[in-house]
Each structure stands twice: as structure tokens, then as C-alpha cells.
Design a binder for this molecule. Structure first.
Ligand SMILES: Nc1ncnc2c1ncn2[C@@H]1O[C@H](COP(=O)(O)OP(=O)(O)OP(=O)(O)O)[C@@H](O)[C@H]1O
Length: 519
């Protein structure tokens, strides 16, 4: 294993040495830009002990002591334990912090794998665990890092978002944990940081693996950037500036897509990240470039990484189809969940796999003796709605609520006053014929689904709510319910039409979906 160098400067307090005006300006102006977000937050500084993050720590300390920075971040050093010198580096950072009187914590990461990505992942995991909700983590990424990132993404064919590089302020979430990453030096050149580190004689660690030249990033740094600099000596500043311009462009695109989405989403069918639905007619009213952008935005909601362009193109094609093929389903394995994207009539659906699993859970028949819940005094607490759970798992609960008194009144008004009813909630059988207001005759199976516009994945989630007369041994179907819709059934109209009260069914039996846990 290559051994590293720690520059042999003695550890002297640096608080009173001269500050670098450009580096200070970059930090302070970024602080003003994100002042609102920073307000009241606790700050940490991710310090590898390398030149850049040690220089940022030194600058924070100097500005803090001069009263120009209102906070002094705590240093966080992560010991990956991957190199022979890892422990020495950790001790070195801790020692430097002690000399400078900056609070510092050393964390130990569990790295699964040997590549840079695995180390980065482990580093963020262990730092996130250390931070409280909404704390801010300062990172020392600079313009050279930014230019490399942009070039890397360019050769991978990124869009505006990717080419806008690393963000100066980004909220990172993992489950319920949230922190802000703050990179105030994205427009500062590595050379300026080096000069400052030298002037202060900072004892930074020179990690030999940084320039090992064994991955794309270091290849771009060592081989490509010097060549580009022969064409334009400002290449680093220029690429970093392009990234900044593209970031502004991306924010405009996001705002436009969010606005379009509000118009085009079918609000009544939305179910958090489980089900998202778009109206194809409204989508197609937009110019094509905005349709693609909107689909990109719509698909990528709830996910940290955007969908591949190929998927966006495929979904776009699906939205354009003129045939009645409802079988096509596109699959997306995203970072957090997997999704199926499909079309039903003039709507596009993005269904999470967990939601589809929930939709396939079997339904069982529930029987509620209505008279058990009817109370003489309608104001009494017992006259509260009775909830019947139709389907439930740890994520999602589908319930029906009935108002027993009102329901009993509605049913009895047409019958003998002593009639005893049970209310049943039974899965709709494939062959079961029901009469809805949308057809002139009772229908079953495919015909019924088509009449009602029920997509394939909801067909196992239909429940018939019926009133059963115990004395007469007779059943009157009242309602057909799906997790999103309800239809009044014909026989219920004949049962209660006489009192012209059909619409009241809507208020005496309701159904609702509630989310127990985030999908
Ligand atoms: N082991 C670590 N502990 C804490 N923070 C780290 C560590 N490694 C990297 N960082 C943070 O991530 C940023 C970018 O990582 P990168 O790998 O480019 O840094 P580096 O070259 O190892 O160190 P530096 O940026 O300090 O010179 C660093 O500037 C630093 O803020």
C-alpha cells in the first residue's frame, strides 16, 4: 500500500495569520446567499485532513476569530480504515484541531467494497448518523473538482441537471434523515487553495491515491485538463461558470415542470409515491419538449436519481400511442423502489411495486350487524361512524366508514320498521353481475370493468357493499367501491329510490385509503 505524506510543518495556531481575501470572499458571499437556510442550523465541516478541507477549516477558524463568521463548524473526520495510514491521519486531524482549538470528532466508517464510491457512501452514512436533523455539512469541493465532475458527466451524456455539476447547496435525505450539504468553494480554483495552504504552512495530508490515475476522474484531471488548458487557460473557471449557469437554467426548468405537473396530474388518483397519475390529454396540449421534460420530472419524483433518457422516451411513446393496447408496461428499477409505468385509457400511471403487491392482497368478506351499532340517541358517542377494514398491511389501510343510524334510517324508511339489517363488504366475484347507473343492464367481468373504467391492476380491489335482511334472508347490493371510486348499485336504487334518497348513500358509507408508513 502506498504510504502517504503529512507535510512536515509544525502545528502552530493559525488564527492570527493573514486571511486569503478571495477564499474569504467566496465563503462569506455563499453564506449570504444561503443565509436563510443557515439560520439556526448547526454546522459541521467534513475534513479529510487533505489540503482543501484543512484549508477550509483554517479559514473558518480565522474568520470566526475575527468576528466575520458567526459560527465555528465542528470538524468531522471519517476514518475509512482502508489504508495503512488511516489511523495516523485520523490522529493527525484530531491533533491539529486540538492545537487550533476547533471541536473535532473522528468517526469510523464501515466500507463495503474497495472503490471510491463505496468509501463515499460509507462516509456519508456515518456522518449522517452523527448529525441531527437539518444540520449543515460543509464540504471543500472547489472549481477543479467541479470541472472534473462536469466533464465526467458530459462524456456520459448527461442533461442540464447533470451538467450543472455539484450543487453549492443541496438537501440530502436518507429515509427520514435530512441534512444540507454546503459547498461554498465551487468557484474557487485549487491553485488558490494551495497558495493559501502554503502561506499558512498547513500540515495537510497528501493522499497518494488521489492522483493514482486509475479512474476516470483522475484521468481527466491528469491527462485531459492540461490539454484543454493549452486551448484556453481559463478552462477550469469557464467550466465551473458553465455549471453555475446551467444550474440556474435547471432551476427554471424545475419550476416550469412543477407548474405543468400541477395542471396535468390527476389529483383524485394520486397516492403518495405509490401511485402517480397523469392526464394524457392535458399532457399532449403542451409542446413536445415540455412533455418530455414533464415526464422526466414526473417519473423521477420521490427518487434521488432521475430516470434514464431511454425510459423517458419509452414513456413518451406510450403516451403517444393511438391504439387501445393497455397491456404495455414499462419497468423502472429506481434507487429507492421499483415502478411499473403503464397506460389505461387517457391516463399514465406510475405504480410502485409495493403498491402493486398491496393491490394483490386477498380481500375477505366482512359482516357488520347494523343493529349492533344503532343507538337511540343520535348525539351519543356511540353514534360515531363504524370503520370496517377492507384491506391492510403495514404500509396502507383501506377502510369503509358507515354511519349506522343514518344508514338504518335510510334502509328502514322503505321497509318495515323492525327490519334487522347486516351490512356486508364482499370482494366482487369475477362472474358477479351488478347493475350500475352507467349501463342499462347488469354486467359482470370485463364488460363491467370497461364500463366503469377500472384498470387491470385494480380489478382485484373491488368490494360490493350490501344490505342483508336477516328476517327475509335477502340481499340488496348498495355500492361498489374501489380504493379510489364508488358506484351506486341498481338494486340499492330500487330499495331506496322510493324515498328519493340515493345520494344520501354517499354520506352514510364512505371509503378511504390511509398511509401508515411512507412507501
Ligand atoms: N475522510 C474524510 N473525512 C471527512 N470528510 C471527508 C473525507 N474525505 C473527503 N471528505 C470531504 O469530502 C470532500 C471531497 O472529497 P475528496 O475525496 O475530493 O477530498 P480529498 O481530496 O480527499 O480531501 P480534500 O478535499 O480535503 O483535499 C472533501 O473536501 C472533504 O470535505
Amino acid at each position: 500500500m502506498t504510504s502517504s505524506a503529512i507535510l512536515p510543518h509544525p502545528m502552530k495556531p493559525i488564527a492570527d495569520l493573514p486571511v486569503d481575501a478571495d477564499l474569504a470572499q467566496a465563503l462569506l458571499s455563499s453564506m449570504v446567499e444561503y443565509g436563510e437556510q443557515l439560520h439556526g442550523r448547526r454546522l459541521w465541516l467534513a475534513c479529510s485532513g487533505g489540503r482543501d478541507s484543512l484549508a477550509l477549516a483554517a479559514l473558518c477558524l480565522q474568520l470566526y476569530r475575527q468576528g466575520k463568521l458567526p459560527f465555528l463548524p465542528q470538524l468531522l473526520h471519517v476514518n475509512h480504515g482502508l489504508q495503512a495510514d488511516s489511523d495516523t491521519w485520523a490522529m493527525h486531524v484530531a491533533h491539529w484541531a486540538a492545537v487550533q482549538q476547533i471541536p473535532c470528532r473522528i468517526l469510523r466508517a464501515q466500507v463495503n467494497g474497495h472503490d471510491e464510491q463505496a468509501a463515499r457512501q460509507a462516509r456519508y452514512d456515518v456522518m449522517r448518523a452523527q448529525l441531527n436533523q437539518d444540520d449543515v455539512l460543509l464540504l471543500a469541493h472547489h472549481a477543479d473538482d467541479q470541472a472534473e465532475t462536469v466533464l465526467m458527466r458530459l462524456i456520459q451524456g448527461a442533461g442540464v441537471n447533470g451538467l450543472s455539476g455539484m450543487q453549492p447547496w443541496r438537501i440530502q435525505t436518507q429515509g427520514a434523515q435530512r441534512m444540507a450539504l454546503w459547498r461554498p468553494w465551487l468557484m474557487v480554483k485549487r491553485g488558490n487553495i494551495s497558495n493559501y495552504a502554503q502561506r499558512l504552512k498547513l500540515p495537510y495530508i497528501d493522499d497518494p491515491t488521489n492522483d493514482a490515475g486509475d479512474n476516470v476522474r483522475s484521468g481527466l484531471r491528469l491527462d485531459i485538463m492540461p490539454v484543454l488548458a493549452t486551448y484556453n487557460s481559463n478552462v477550469i473557471d469557464n467550466i465551473a461558470r458553465s455549471a453555475q449557469l446551467l444550474r440556474d437554467a435547471q432551476l427554471i426548468i424545475n419550476a416550469q415542470a412543477a407548474e405543468d405537473l400541477q395542471q396535468i396530474e390527476v389529483a383524485s388518483l394520486q397516492l403518495s409515491s405509490a401511485q402517480r397519475v397523469l392526464s394524457i390529454d392535458k399532457l399532449q396540449a403542451l409542446p413536445i419538449y415540455r412533455q418530455r421534460q414533464l415526464l422526466h420530472h414526473w417519473l423521477g419524483q420521490d427518487e434521488p436519481l432521475p430516470p434514464a433518457k431511454q425510459l423517458v422516451d419509452d414513456v413518451f411513446m406510450l403516451s403517444q400511442r393511438g391504439d387501445a393496447d393497455h397491456q404495455t408496461a414499462l419497468f423502472w428499477q429506481a434507487r429507492k423502489q421499483s415502478y411499473t409505468i403503464c397506460r389505461y385509457r387517457q391516463q399514465l400511471y406510475r405504480l410502485s411495486s409495493e403498491w402493486r403487491k398491496w393491490l394483490a392482497l386477498p380481500l375477505t368478506k366482512q359482516i357488520q350487524p347494523l343493529s349492533d351499532f344503532v343507538v337511540a340517541d343520535a348525539d351519543s358517542a356511540a353514534a360515531q361512524p363504524v370503520s370496517v377494514t377492507l384491506r391492510r398491511d403495514n404500509k396502507l389501510t383501506w377502510q369503509a366508514q358507515m354511519m349506522p343510524n343514518a344508514l338504518a334510517e335510510l334502509l328502514d324508511s322503505d321497509q318495515d320498521g323492525d327490519e334487522k339489517f347486516e351490512i356486508t363488504f364482499a370482494p366482487l366475484g369475477r362472474q358477479q353481475r351488478v347493475q350500475t347507473a352507467l349501463a342499462s343492464r347488469p354486467q359482470a367481468g370485463k364488460k363491467l370493468y370497461q364500463t366503469l373504467g377500472v384498470p387491470v391492476w385494480l380489478r382485484e380491489s373491488l368490494v360490493v357493499v350490501s344490505a342483508v335482511s336477516v328476517q327475509q334472508d335477502k340481499e340488496w347490493p348498495l355500492l361498489l367501491v374501489s380504493p379510489f371510486e364508488r358506484w351506486i348499485l341498481g338494486t340499492s336504487r330500487s330499495l331506496i329510490d322510493t324515498i328519493d334518497n340515493t345520494g344520501v348513500l354517499d354520506s352514510v358509507i364512505r371509503n378511504s385509503l390511509s398511509i401508515n408508513n411512507a412507501f
